[in-house]
Ligand binder design. Structure first.
Ligand code: SF4
Length: 396
């Protein structure tokens, strides 16, 4: 048989397609080869079961090959056979801990499946705890949801409280670009898993305060309250300016024609791409030499190609001094000051852990064990939040 993909030294990102490349970015490789050979041909690369079925049905491939989806969920084939599609944990195509680890000489792990690579150490034994605890989880983002899943499966009584009207936390706004659709599927996966655990309940639209009666009698308080966007003190904001932080943008804040994004980290760059794809004129301002500097090389190749294809202007070594109603006043690479005009300014300088709120809640439950997970410890990648929460819940 021949397994067809488009990855090469000239297109390294296609070896392990990051989420920027969307679903099935190289199915045509299989279809083209199948036209001219008589032996079996396999398609691969960011395929969902549904796309795989379609490729086979329409004659574009004889079979589909799965790599990362089997790391995210080794039981994908069994679950499909059993008609349990909703139980399949999706690969979010982040490359963070599978390919990413391999680049650093580390064993393969997974952002969404904390058991991958730790099959002997990380084993959930359902209902195994002999003294179930009453666990209150504050926040239904990835860390809170994973903690609830693992603790609940092990037999603890878990109540999850979320101030918003849906689960997902920071993943919800992060998943708005079409190219991050698998993040939405991940939220749906947690929802389906938690529905099946009788000792877990989820309470939406409930903001926990220190005086909240649900805290009384909790054995364990899990703080999964996330983080807040911030503007550095060195950046002046004119009282007449109306900057939009990157989370507000993802939640639907209206944008003008020309958008300047302050901060070229992962969230700023992804927002810039999404905005440019929607037809806006976009400029990214970044203080250091390059944007998304801490991103995995494979993902960065895709990101930079997409930003260029959508006409995003990238200004590096450019320091934001002031946000004004007319735009952003900056100091450029040669030290010259300049006003970069904008109809909308988006701030994506970074996130700060929601520490103060956590401290207040922690003191409200004397005697309870306090566990902090996710961005409220240190804002990071989703895979870190999920893995840390899994390990903490397994130790409870
Ligand atoms: S680390 Fe990310 S890309 Fe790799 S298998 Fe897990 S979810 Fe998929």
């Amino acid at each position: 048989m021949i397994l067809c993909d488009d990855g090469s030294y000239e297109a390294m990102d296609y070896v392990f397609p990051p989420y920027y490349l969307g679903d099935a970015p190289m199915w045509e490789a299989a279809a083209r080869v199948k036209e001219v050979v008589s032996i079996p041909v396999a398609a691969c690369g960011s395929l969902t079961p549904e796309i795989g079925e379609r490729l086979i049905a329409e004659g574009s491939a004889d079979l589909v090959a799965l790599g990362r989806p089997l790391i995210a969920d080794p039981d994908i084939v069994v679950k499909l056979e059993q008609g349990r599609r909703a139980d399949i944990r999706p690969c979010i195509r982040c490359n963070q801990l599978c390919t990413g680890n391999a680049f650093f000489g580390l064993p393969v792990a997974c952002a969404v499946n904390p058991e991958a690579g730790f099959e002997l150490e990380r084993v959930i034994e359902p209902g195994s705890v002999t003294e179930p605890k009453r666990v209150v989880v504050v926040g239904a983002g990835p860390a809170g949801l994973e903690f609830a899943r693992v603790a609940g499966l092990r037999g603890h009584h878990v109540e999850v409280y979320e101030k918003g009207d849906s689960i997902g936390g920071v993943l919800l706004p992060a998943a708005t670009p079409d190219f991050k659709r698998e993040l939405f599927h991940m939220i749906g996966w947690w929802e389906h898993q938690l529905e099946q655990i009788p000792t877990v309940s989820i309470h939406l639209g409930h903001q926990i305060t220190a005086a909240d009666e649900v805290l009384a009698g909790a054995d364990v308080l899990v703080l999964a309250i996330g983080s807040h966007p911030f503007v550095p003190e060195a950046v002046a904001v004119d009282p007449g300016a109306r900057p939009v932080d990157v989370l507000e943008f993802h939640r639907g804040a209206p944008l003008g024609k020309r958008v300047v994004v302050c901060g070229g980290g992962l969230s700023g760059a992804d927002a810039a791409l999404e905005i440019a794809k929607a037809g806006h004129e976009v400029v990214i301002l970044e203080m250091v030499e390059e944007i998304a500097g801490d991103m995995l090389m494979l993902n960065r190749i895709s990101l930079l190609r997409e930003l260029e294809a959508h006409g995003v202007e990238i200004r590096t070594r450019t320091l934001v001094k002031e946000i004004t109603p007319a735009g952003v006043r900056v100091t450029g690479p040669e030290g010259a000051e300049e006003l970069i005009e904008a109809d909308t300014v988006i701030t994506a300088f970074g996130l700060k852990p929601a520490k103060g709120e956590g401290d207040t809640l922690a003191t409200a439950v004397p005697g309870a064990e306090i566990i902090r997970v996710g961005d409220c410890v240190k804002p990071g990648k989703v895979g870190d939040a999920i893995n840390d929460a899994y390990v903490a819940a397994l130790a409870l």
